[in-house]
Design a protein around this ligand. Structure first.
Ligand SMILES: *Cc1c(COP(=O)(O)O)cnc(C)c1O
Length: 353
């Protein structure tokens, strides 16, 4: 046995590390990234901003300009507090760190895997309530679990990843009202969805909304935000590591995210491409295509695993799920700009001959 094998917690040894496939020179449709990078006409000024960053100094600890930029971009009212994270993943971890020893975290299955992984890392119990065959919440079952397990936190991805749908709004309101725990609505895909729980924060002290800039064109900057009641945010802020938002991210956000219209327009292009791609995909007889409120589309096909491999050989990376999972016969495709989406459709046509 090596040193680390005998030293490490056995539950950590048994976890599969979060797998990121090699994607160099591929058309990348696996991780819900935006195809839109820094616009050509902004590149010179962007470099200047980066140049002016004082990387020998610690970054601003409570970056108010950055928060104002996010408030304007996402229409966050001044009366709500904002907690910043190095990606929203860090904020999921921070919330788990706020729990006590025997607390339980609840979510739904299938959903975003980090809720369960983070729970395990910090020795918390986790309970995943199964979604129904349309991937919606079974409300009576959820309410029973809440009563029995008394979850400290309920994470709800809204819209959900990897299924792409938004759960029934009233069911979620009932869940928020039924629990004495915290309910975190993870709105990573808010830009592609027509519903949000942001305005409900003033109605429910146990509601937090989690957002990120990763899915709207800035995954590389690693910035997430937790929005909630001012006092709640101030208390949770004690758990944040100092200087968790680095100087280059701050400089980039303060420059690149100021142009709200450009970001909205880019989201609109993706929404339009989602409509087109959903239609094109549904023409393949083997596919069952799920309606999406996000920038990705979930597709069921009984040959999903071999289709995944064939696309990969053709330089197109989509997401497939482990052969042992309930999603083994699904692929998840990020919606990109028109030419990449066309390459995908062509490759699927070639595959089916
Ligand atoms: C992608 C995603 C995240 C991760 O966001 P980061 O800010 O990049 O850490 C969080 N929640 C959901 C539901 C996601 O799909």
């Amino acid at each position: 046995m090596t040193f680390i094998e005998q030293w490490l917690r056995s539950d950590i040894k048994n976890i599969d590390a979060y797998h990121v496939p090699v994607s160099k020179d591929m058309i990348k449709l696996d991780a819900m990234e935006s195809p839109f990078g820094v616009p050509e006409n902004l590149k010179v000024e962007f470099l200047k901003r980066i140049e002016q960053s004082e990387v020998n100094r610690y970054p601003e600890a409570d970056p108010s300009e950055l928060k104002d930029t996010l408030r304007a971009l996402m229409d966050i009212p001044d009366e709500f507090g904002i907690l910043l994270g190095n990606g929203s993943d860090e904020l999921i971890q921070l919330l788990a760190l706020a729990c006590s020893k025997n607390d339980l975290i609840m979510s739904f299955e299938p959903s975003f895997v980090m809720y369960e992984m983070v729970s395990k890392y910090v020795h918390l119990d986790y309970f995943g309530v199964s979604l129904d065959s349309n991937f919606d919440i079974k409300l009576s079952e959820a309410l029973l679990v809440i009563e029995r397990e008394k979850p400290k936190i309920i994470f709800i991805a809204y819209p959900n990843n990897p299924t792409g749908n938004s759960f029934d709004y009233d069911a979620i309101i009932k869940i928020i009202k039924s629990t004495s725990g915290m309910v975190v609505l993870d709105e990573a895909y808010y830009a592609y969805s027509d519903k949000s729980f942001l305005s409900e924060i003033s109605n429910f002290p146990n509601l937090l909304v989690l957002r990120t800039i990763s899915k709207i064109g800035f995954a590389g900057l690693r910035l997430g935000l937790l929005i909630g009641d001012q006092e709640t945010i101030a208390q949770l802020n004690k758990l944040r590591l100092p200087y968790n938002i680095n100087a280059l991210t701050q400089a980039s956000v303060n420059f690149l995210l100021k142009d709200k219209q450009r970001i909205l327009d880019n989201a609109q292009i993706i929404i339009e491409e989602r409509r087109r791609l959903t239609h094109e995909l549904s023409l393949f007889p083997k596919f069952k295509v799920y309606t999406s409120q996000t920038n990705f589309i979930l597709v069921h096909s009984d040959d999903a695993q071999s289709l995944y491999s064939a696309l990969k050989k053709n330089g197109i990376l989509v997401k497939c799920f482990s052969k042992s999972s309930d999603l083994a016969n699904f692929i998840r495709i990020s919606v990109s700009e028109p030419s990449q989406n066309n390459s995908l459709i062509d490759a699927i046509r070639n595959y089916y001959g």
